[in-house]
Design a protein around this ligand. Structure first.
Ligand code: AMP
Length: 115
């Protein structure tokens, strides 16, 4: 499994603005935010490169990412207005970091997306 920038963040080799951490995942602000709030939720382990590599045994892991994002939105007070979660898989979706992650976007009226 190739090393990625997110592995380096997990190992604290490069800095990140970490907003949440527990035994399963960490969340930190995206370095190039696409919305006023843009936070990435990434699992600590196992390391999985894309959504396409997920297996049924990973269901709880993915659920934890989604629940952590929803909890964060409620805690930070923007759940009521709404938010978006996105997971990009490979090139056509624009995946650039091959360590699965969930984007949480909020803080403004978000435009529609697609090709
Ligand atoms: P994706 O395009 O879905 O693979 O998302 C990768 C995200 O990681 C992009 O939105 C990048 O802006 C973000 N990113 C890359 N390097 C860093 C970093 N060092 N700290 C925080 N976010 C990063």
């Amino acid at each position: 499994m190739p090393d990625t920038i997110f592995h380096k963040i997990l190992r604290r080799e490069i800095p990140a603005d970490i907003v949440y951490e527990d035994e399963h995942l960490i969340a930190f602000r995206d370095i190039a935010p696409q919305a006023p709030v843009h936070v990435l939720f990434i699992p600590k382990h196992p390391v999985i490169d894309t959504l396409d590599a997920l297996r049924p045994g990973d269901a709880a892991l993915v659920g934890k990412l989604v629940l952590a994002a929803a909890d964060y939105a409620r805690r930070e007070g923007f759940a009521q207005n709404g938010y978006r979660v996105v997971m990009n898989c490979r090139e056509d979706a624009g995946q650039t970091v091959f360590h699965i992650h969930l984007h949480l976007l909020a803080g403004a009226q978000l435009g529609h997306f697609g090709a």
